[in-house]
Structures are given as C-alpha cells and as structure tokens.
Design a protein around this ligand. Structure first.
Ligand SMILES: NC(=O)c1ccc[n+]([C@@H]2O[C@H](COP(=O)([O-])OP(=O)(O)OC[C@H]3O[C@@H](n4cnc5c(N)ncnc54)[C@H](O)[C@@H]3O)[C@@H](O)[C@H]2O)c1
Ligand SMILES: [Zn+2]
Ligand SMILES: [Zn+2]
Length: 361
C-alpha cells in the first residue's frame, strides 16, 4: 500500500520550502523504502530550490541522510528490512564505459528509483540528487543504500552522504594526500573542514586552513589544521609559502570554487603539486591566466565530484574510523532541527553560523 508521509518540497523557483504530505509507493523491483532518521542540510538543496540545478519542480529536498530500511522490492538482496543505511547518490551501474574501465567513481549511469514519489494530487516529485530525504520515508534504488555500523549516530553517519564525503574524499581520494604531505584547504565550511579531517586521517603533517571567518578557522583547527590563515587580512599564497619552507603545499584544495580561490590554490602549491577543485563554481565564472604558468609548474589540476568516493568502499570504513574515535565526524553537526525548520536552516547556512544543520526525524 502506498504510504502518506511528511516531506519538504520546493514548489517553484525561489519560493520558500513547504512541509506537505507526500505519497511513497511500495518498492518495485530493485527499490527500497527507507525510514529516514536524520538528514543534513546541504547547499545543493538551496540551489535546487533556487532553480540552479534544473527546472523539474516540485523537488523533494534533502540528500545527506541515514535511516532504516523499511521494505524492499523484488530482487533486492543487498539490504533487508531493519538494516541501518547511509543513502548515496552514486549507485554505480557496473556497465557504463567508466565502470568498464575500472573507474566506477565516474559512473555515467548511476541508479535511482524508477517509480516516482508524488504529492497527494498525483503530481510527480523530483527527489534532490535522486534521494529526497527531508521526509519521514523515501524511495530509493537499493544501490543507494549503504549498510554501516548501526552504533553510529544517524545525524553523523548521514553526513557522509554528501558534503563531508565530498571534502574528505577530495583530500584522500582525489588529492591522494599521504603521510608527511603538506596540505592547504581554502574555504573551511563543511566541505573544506572535511578535507582538513581527511588530510589528518591520511597523515599529512602540515595542514593549513584558509578562510575569511575566524569561527570556521577555529573549527578547522579542532578538526586537525596545524595552521590557520585568515584570508580577509593575509595573502593566502604568501602565507602558505611561508609555512612550507617557501615552496608551497603538496596538495591545495579549493573548497570555495571561485576563480580567485582557484588561482590562490594554483600558486600556493609546490612545483608538481596537486590542485583539487571541490567547491562548485557557478556557470558565469571565468579563469584567465598565463598558460605558461600551467606548463612550467607541472603537477596535476583536478576536480573532485563527491570526493571520488565509492559508497560501498568508503562509508562503512569511515563510520568504523569514527566509532573508533579516529575521525571526529560529530563535530560537523552544529545543530539538530525539525522537519519544519529547513527554510530557517538555509538562512543559518547563508550567514555561516554552522558547519551542518541536521534534520532529525
Ligand atoms: N564537489 C562536490 O561533490 C561537492 C559536494 C558538496 C558540496 N560541494 C561544494 O563545496 C563548496 C563548499 O561547500 P560548504 O558546504 O563547505 O559551503 P560553506 O558555505 O559552508 O563554506 C564555504 C566557506 O568558504 C569560505 N570562503 C568564501 N570565500 C572565501 C575566500 N575568498 N577565501 C577564503 N574562504 C572563503 C566561507 O567563509 C565558508 O566558510 C560549495 O561550492 C558546494 O557547492 C561540492
Ligand atoms: Zn557505470
Ligand atoms: Zn549535498
């Protein structure tokens, strides 16, 4: 029987989000209904609301979630009712050209549920990133459910579903940070601070956090930054050089995604170092710089989608590291809120007061 539950939707471009009744179909083949326990508020939810992703309104928002499998459809063997799972937006297909080349982190055909969740009048909803978890329950593809240790706090584990994994993976997977490396992270919101935590986990010995906001720098220091640089009064490139023997850092991560921060990342790295762009630029932004500088510095200029993660590989391991006290993911949960507080959380996010607000269901 289809179920009626509460969900947070964005009905039209820029309009305030609404808490409404939505209809969740029974899971079809390959599908799973998950009872959501917690879901973080990410910038991308706001971008959906503002029409910055596409025009397929109404959206069912929310995509950084953990919960319990309630029911599974035909053929689902990877999870069963009662399993504690983190939801992901990279259920790799195993068949596309990226998967076949052994690079499933670039999978071009990731799985989502085939049936639609709807409003009570039958209007089809577009779930944010194929998840839609600002809701009591959601319908996803079984591949979007990654089992992790149920001892983890859902508010904490769910954050691996997007921003924290993106930042952590930008350091560990894309940047391949190793023991003894020097790393600089520009922009220390949830994503940048996760890159800081990832760099520490990977054994970086110098971790330089750059932000314009002292509160963010204080959080970065708690998560493992060995040095902080306030970009509102200090030139980050000179400061990073000064902290790395005049050479620059081995890996510099831009977690803002603007031409000026990317250029800082480019010039703040050592010769043959790596730049990782994990912040998402808006379509209007342009880069203009001497091509010779690129040639003469060598190294690698990379971008990182979802931290190049593979949920099945990365989520359980990171949850285990967290439960062992080796990865303080709980520090990313700044506040716990209700399902009717999402609009307010967008404002809190904008004013930079939180790493993450997490909706508890
Ligand atoms: N690549 C991915 O898969 C992925 C996934 C999730 C989010 N993101 C992106 O990562 C970026 C960061 O997300 P977030 O949640 O951490 O955002 P956030 O707004 O919480 O953090 C951004 C931080 O950058 C700082 N900042 C802004 N301009 C700066 C400058 N010129 N110099 C130094 N610091 C500056 C801000 O003070 C803030 O602390 C966003 O663009 C987001 O869309 C990417
Ligand atoms: Zn694929
Ligand atoms: Zn997100």
């Amino acid at each position: 029987m289809p179920q009626q539950v509460r969900g947070v939707i964005a009905r039209s471009k820029g309009a305030m989000v609404e808490l409404v009744d939505i209809v969740i179909p029974d899971p079809g083949p390959g599908e799973v209904v998950v009872a959501v326990a917690a879901c973080g508020v990410c910038h991308t939810d706001l971008t959906y609301r503002d029409g910055g992703i596409n025009d397929e309104f109404p959206f069912l928002l929310g995509h950084e979630a953990a919960g319990t499998v309630e029911s599974v459809g035909e053929g689902v063997e990877s999870v069963k009712p009662g399993d504690f799972v983190v939801l992901n937006w990279r259920a790799v297909c195993g068949r596309c050209r990226a998967c076949k080349r052994g690079l499933p982190q670039y999978c071009f055909d990731t799985f989502n549920a085939s049936q639609k969740m709807t409003l009570t009048d039958g209007t089809e909803l577009t779930p944010a990133l194929g998840i839609g978890a600002f809701a009591d329950k959601t319908l996803v593809h079984s591949g979007q459910c990654t089992k992790v240790d149920p001892a983890a706090d859902p508010a904490v584990a769910g954050l691996l579903g997007c921003g924290v994994m993106a930042g952590l993976g930008a350091a560990v997977n894309t940047g391949a940070v190793g023991r003894g490396d020097s790393v600089a992270v520009i922009g220390c919101g949830g994503v940048g601070d996760a890159a800081v935590a990832g760099a520490r986990l990977a054994g970086a010995s110098t971790i330089i956090a750059v932000d314009r906001d002292e509160k963010k720098l204080a959080w970065a220091a708690e998560l493992g930054a060995t040095h902080t640089v306030n970009a509102s009064d200090t030139d980050p490139v000179a400061a990073i050089a000064g902290l790395t023997g005049g050479f620059g850092a081995d890996v510099v991560i831009d977690a803002v995604g603007r031409p000026e921060t990317w250029k800082q990342a480019f010039y703040a790295r050592d010769l043959a170092g790596t730049v990782v762009l994990v912040g998402v630029p808006t379509p209007d932004l342009r880069l203009d710089m001497p091509l010779l500088d690129f040639f003469s510095r060598g190294g690698a200029l990379k971008s990182s989608w979802y931290g190049d993660c593979l949920p099945e590989r990365d989520f359980p391991a990171l949850v285990d590291l967290h439960l062992q006290g080796r990865l303080p993911l709980e520090k990313f949960v700044t506040e716990r809120i209700g399902l009717d507080d999402v609009e307010k959380a967008f404002h809190t996010m904008h004013s930079g007061e939180v790493l993450r607000s997490v909706v508890i269901l």
